[in-house]
Design a protein around this ligand. Structure first.
Ligand SMILES: [Zn+2]
Length: 494
């Protein structure tokens, strides 16, 4: 018995929530916020937050961590390193992906993955990828998955080993509807990309920039439109992942005006990077190969505009790290490819065989804070919505993304005046580069608290492996259909 009301008091900070900014102390007991107010009584421990902005811990709902390939290979970013990077960057919870390999059940595709995740230092949950929607998967495995608290499915409309055709997408949407699950979608037109790739390769164009030429905005816009239309037909709520351009965002905005339950996510790379980053000496452009591709420079501000109008209401990292020295320059290393492994005369992969993805779990929030709050594009409540509160709602993570009494005491102390230059050597992820190398930011997360424990202080990650918790997700209103189907005939439930 300590004799204190609180295990920890975070005193004198400027608190930023999704709704407001106010000066208050935070009292924490047993990992939970139990009081907010001025002059709270002393706690067993005290942290002075004077001069700091205190936000809820970040939630990164789109991360690729320690993924296991069908060949038994394991991604470089482990749960230990990935979660350390998360905490260092002010993120206390993340959602990553359970795989499915075509021709395999869900159970056979993820041997030991959930057990590996127990090494996490941050709290975590899963989206289940569906690549092969067989009756067994849809009728037996998905209901069992949802019952275990894995309440979101992820589908890809492109990539050779992952893509679904329209008939399969409809089946997955209908299954989600029957089971009260949410669906997230990678929207690009597979055949259009393949057609462009063939022509580019035939023309001898193989540089990393050609990755962007192979999948221009119209390819993303078409698939976004199609995915939304099919979700509307089924009456199944969906989120469009990693929206990179205005034209795809406009499809989301148009559907929302009709009342369709569709949400849109973007990522920092689409706010700061462009075709310029796909070029450069020594194959440096490979470092910026991700899908959808980076767009022309002017697109960054158009994506910001879609954040400001509320169309894109979550900024995730889509952290998907491949080291430059090893994976990004190796032919045949890509688990996310279209059109097979083709090598160039210099022995490096042609653009279509470069592994897709950029690391960003640690830099997501510093870049968003600096480009958003410090540069005056967004206010603090909007930052909180984009970085945690909206993800907590959309994916049903109760107790997260909030500073209300009763919420988990996941907090970040931001020094709004700290000026830093991002350097990979100072990051905690396992990847040998960051796309933000040399990028200047103002505002830095100096302390991260996860369920009442100091998890990171001044760049040093203190939380140990295995201290993160699995976040099971129950039924919730945002994932519920609207009850609007053509002609009043519900084909999903028939
Ligand atoms: Zn992704």
């Amino acid at each position: 018995m300590s004799g204190f009301d609180f295990d920890l008091v975070v005193r004198g900070g400027t608190l930023a929530t999704a709704a407001e900014v106010l000066e208050a102390d935070i009292g924490i007991k047993d990992g939970v916020i139990t009081a907010l107010g001025r002059n709270l009584p002393r706690g067993a421990e005290e942290i002075s937050a004077k001069g700091y902005i205190v936000t809820p811990g970040g939630i990164d709902p789109h991360t690729h961590i320690e993924e296991i390939g069908q060949d038994g290979s394991v991604a470089e970013e482990s749960f230990s390193s990935g979660s350390a990077a998360a905490l260092a960057g002010g993120t206390t919870s993340f959602i990553c992906f359970l795989p499915q390999w075509k021709g395999h059940t869900l159970a056979a595709s993820a041997p030991g993955y959930e057990a590996r995740a127990k090494a996490s230092r941050a709290d975590y949950s899963f989206h289940q990828i569906i690549t092969d929607p067989t009756p067994e998967v849809l009728e037996k495995e998905v209901p069992a998955l949802v019952a275990r608290g894995i309440r979101s499915l992820k589908v890809f409309l492109t990539y050779d080993p992952l893509r679904l055709d329209d008939a399969q997408l409809l089946q997955v949407l209908a299954t989600a509807k029957k089971n009260g699950a949410f669906v997230t979608i990678h929207c690009e037109n597979y055949d259009a990309i393949g057609w462009r790739i063939d022509a580019l390769l035939k023309a001898g164009l193989t540089d990393p920039l050609m990755h962007a030429w192979s999948r221009p905005p119209v390819v993303e816009r078409e698939a976004t439109h199609r995915a939304i239309a099919l979700a509307e037909l089924v009456d199944q709520p969906v989120q469009i992942f990693h929206v990179s351009c205005e034209e795809a965002a406009a499809e989301i905005a148009r559907a929302r005006r009709r009342g369709v339950k569709v949400w849109g996510e973007t990522c920092p790379q689409y706010l700061t990077h462009s075709h310029d980053d796909l070029q450069g000496p020594d194959f440096a452009g490979a470092k910026a190969v991700c899908s959808p591709a980076l767009r022309e420079k002017g697109e960054n501000e158009r994506v910001w505009a879609r954040i400001l109008d509320g169309t894109l209401d979550i900024v995730s990292s889509d952290h998907c790290g491949f080291s430059f020295a090893t994976a990004k320059q190796a032919v045949g290393a890509s688990p996310y490819g279209v059109g097979g492994a083709v090598s160039r005369p210099d022995g490096r992969p042609a653009f279509n065989a470069i592994p897709n993805g950029v690391p960003g779990i640690e830099t997501r929030l510093p870049v968003l804070f600096s480009e958003g709050v410090s540069k005056g594009r967004i206010d603090l409540p909007t930052f909180v919505k984009l970085s945690s509160a909206n993800a907590a709602k959309l994916f049903n993570l109760p107790g997260k993304g909030s500073l209300m009494p009763g919420a988990d005491a996941d907090l970040v102390l931001w020094n709004p005046d700290a000026e830093r230059v991002i350097e990979n050597v100072a990051l905690h992820h396992a990847i040998d580069y960051t796309p933000w190398e040399g990028f200047a930011v103002k505002g830095w997360p100096e302390v991260t608290i996860r369920r009442g424990q100091v998890a990171m202080r001044h760049g040093e990650v203190i939380a140990e492996e295995g201290t993160g918790r699995f976040l099971a997700r129950g039924p919730y209103a945002l994932a519920k259909p609207r009850g609007v189907v053509p002609d009043g005939f519900d084909a999903a439930l028939a």
